[in-house]
Design a protein around this ligand. Sequence first.
Ligand code: CMC
Length: 422
Amino acid sequence: MPESITIIDNRTNESVEIPIVQGGVAASQWSALLGNIWFLDPSFNTTAATTSAISEVDGENGILRYRGYPIEQLAEHSTYLEVAYLLLRGELPSANEYETWVHDITHHTFIHERFRKRFMESFLHDAHPMGMFVSTIAALSTFYPEAKDIEDPDNRMHQIVRLIAKVPTVAAAGARFNSGLPFVYPDNNLDFTTNFLSMMFKIAEPTYECHPILSRALDLLLITHAEHGQNCSTSAARVVGSALTNPYSVIAAAACALYGPRHGGANQAVVEMLHHIGGYENIDPFIKEVKSGKTRLMGFGHRVYKNYDPRAKIIKKTAHEVFEVTGSNPLLDIALKLEEVALDDNYFAERRLYPNVDFYSGLIYQSMGFPPDMFTVLFAIARTAGWLAHWVELLEQGSRIARPRQVYTGSATRDYVPIANR
Ligand code: CMC
């Protein structure tokens, strides 16, 4: 059987046969035949916007691989910085490459003092840290105007190092400001994740110390959130990047998309939902509300996964390890019961709705002491590596500017009516 599809234009009886390559057909091949007929695909349900070699999401079977490596293996053996290197460079680093990479990231963690004091501290005292994060990342482009030279691969890599190094500092600065605590400078003697925890939680102790299970758990959460194909925020990054915009603005645009409750904001929404449910006795009435369409079961469902999200499995296991150290989170029991009830219910089975990456992550963040407003910011720190990998891939592909068509449904031509006659 030929691996192709044939399209016939019934108006003219002309046909075109297009090969199916890796599950996709090149739309450009039929535009010659079909001319000005557009494929209407709101929300990109059936459109592959690009080819990409960064991550593979097999939603039917609940599989995720970064550059071919199963997420389970990376979560078990790797570190966030090593995964960032893998995503950006395509291969795992040698020992020397890793050492240089960690050194470079570690020595770019500081942000300009005046920028932090004058810019970041000018927000309202209770500004949402994610709002502060997106604005601050965008504003960094004014500090590094040379970043706009995106054609130079060395310059690109320099900005990438800066971004990966500085996002935790910006994130923690926003959190400290929001809770009225003094800024903590980066401590370059600490590893990437412990340094972030230090900037978040250090009070007056000379050196911040953290239980290794907790810093490892956070590193693992960063790994599992680092990349996920053409999700909403990565697509935003690619669209903005296709205009040849500087990388700080690209990452800020991606982070704006992540902010929403359907995307990276879901982890905060899950914890709020569990608080709202409050006890076992309220689970059934809550599920009824979900099924009537009044609300959604946050942390459930995914455009691509029609099976258990492999990240949710890893995170659920990690949650138990974290609670051994922090003491149990009472919301965990509600979450476990809610999952059990939902997985047993036809509404969720028919729609193939399973826990996603956000269902258990918020509970870990909460137990580690992160305020709920920081949950999405944590996601943004992790995903910065994925966004940047896509930005580089896009530029190396020599992509044209992203410019979808529309099917116009508005008024036919009409004449302007002066305001007095309307
Ligand atoms: N609770 C209840 N019903 C749901 C849910 C949910 N969480 N998700 C989907 N459905 C139903 C939806 O009502 C629809 O039913 P019907 O066919 O009867 O109208 C059907 O399932 C298909 O839903 P959809 O909205 O068309 O699916 P989508 O692919 O457009 O949306 C989603 C995917 C993730 C936005 C959605 O599942 C959702 O809103 N989930 C809750 C928010 C969430 O957890 N987001 C995190 C996603 S994973 C991390 C990330 O990407 O940031």
